[in-house]
Design a protein around this ligand. Structure first.
Ligand code: NAD
Length: 334
């Protein structure tokens, strides 16, 4: 039995979390949940966006499944997600994007995985505001160690999963220092993993154009924090949007799996939310825990459900509620 910290989150978070927990229970997945909240709900309950009890739980279980959280804007709070990523050095943001039959999109045959550096770059938290001069500096800090870690992780993943090709997206023609760090780090990793037969690099703007023009050519992509933030949502758009893609924040000894969409306050509490993104993130978590057979069984039931529009939620063109959608998946497990 694996002990996992469950963070339901805000807005639609509790609804999609319930759906995932119900599906796991029906599939008799060997996971025991320890529930702790974060975000606005936690703030109302405990006076803290990230209560100490949540940190204690994560440090015990080393694995979390997290619904979307709302960080109050303009009240001086630091983003919950960035705080968790930096506190536990969750330096890999892993975002698969794969075409699913039944999920409509103009693009076919996509199967790629994006590795975004998750703790450095422009999101390192180094911002200065000079009131007198009217200047805002947002400093992008990239380290040799950080670049090596994310590039090595991308190549190691490619080697482990039989993927043949890694592409680095960078802006080394303008941001020469940071670009060189990533190019050097990829060359080192490429030498360490010769079974990944092809490594190339693209300038980020060209990369965006090629991802839209011919996304099927990409296999594993690695990039820095800001570029990865943008590219990963672009890739999500190629395969059906944020409601259907999974995400993971992985460090060397702790990992948090999360739906990458937000808390969707416009539909919260209405039973309209699609739990697919959180479910797929939970399936990535099962693979991480070494429970691949459970993940495959649930994924098959999910994919069969996605083929029938009537059984899907409104964002996928269906009429089912969150709980009905989950029930259709559960019915196919039997
Ligand atoms: P959002 O992703 O919450 O919503 C954008 C649109 O997509 C909305 O119309 C929403 O209804 C729809 N949507 C999102 N997820 C859906 C789902 N599972 N099923 C059906 N429809 C879905 O983005 P936003 O409105 O920009 O942000 C709302 C809040 O979420 C903000 O407070 C933001 O800070 C937070 N946020 C949290 C995370 C996270 O915790 N990982 C990520 C992004 C945004």
């Amino acid at each position: 039995m694996h002990l996992v910290t469950l963070i339901p989150g805000d807005g639609i978070g509790p609804e999609i979390t319930r759906a995932v927990v119900d599906i796991f229970t029906a599939a008799q997945v060997p996971v025991q949940w320890e529930t702790h909240n974060a975000g606005e709900t936690a703030l109302a309950e405990s006076g803290q966006l990230l209560p100490q009890t949540l940190f204690d739980s994560l440090e015990k279980t080393r694995v979390g499944l997290k619904g979307p959280v709302t960080t109050p804007v303009g009240k001086g709070f630091r983003s919950v997600n960035i705080t968790l990523r930096q506190k536990y050095d969750l330096y890999q943001n892993v975002r698969p994007a794969k075409t699913t039959p039944g999920v409509e999109t103009p693009f076919k045959g996509i199967d790629l995985v994006l590795f975004r550096e998750n703790t450095e770059g422009l999101y390192a938290g180094l911002e200065l505001w000079d009131e007198r001069l009217g200047i805002a500096d947002s400093i992008s800090r990239n380290t040799v160690v950080g670049c090596r870690k994310i590039c090595r992780a991308a190549f190691a993943y490619a080697a482990k999963h039989g993927r043949k090709h890694v592409t680095l997206a960078h802006k080394g023609n303008i941001l020469k220092q940071a670009g060189k760090l990533m190019i050097d780090a990829c060359r080192e990793a490429s030498a360490e993993f010769p079974e990944v037969t092809f490594y190339d690099d693209r300038i980020i703007d060209n990369m965006c154009m090629q991802l839209v023009n011919k996304p099927q050519q990409f296999d594993v992509i690695v990039t820095t924090n800001l570029f990865g933030d943008i590219l990963s949502d672009l890739c999500a758009g190629l395969v059906g949007g944020l409601g259907v893609v999974s995400g993971a924040n992985i460090g060397d000894d702790l990992a948090i799996f999360e739906a990458v969409h937000g808390s969707a306050p416009d539909i919260a509490g209405q039973g309209k939310a699609n739990p697919t993104a959180l479910l797929r993130s939970a399936l990535m978590m099962l693979e991480h825990l070494g429970e691949k057979s459970y993940a495959e069984r649930i994924e098959q039931a999910l994919n069969e459900t996605l083929l029938n529009k009537d059984q899907c939620t409104g964002d996928l063109g269906g009429k089912a509620s969150t709980t009905e959608f989950a029930q259709y998946i559960i019915d196919k497990l039997k």
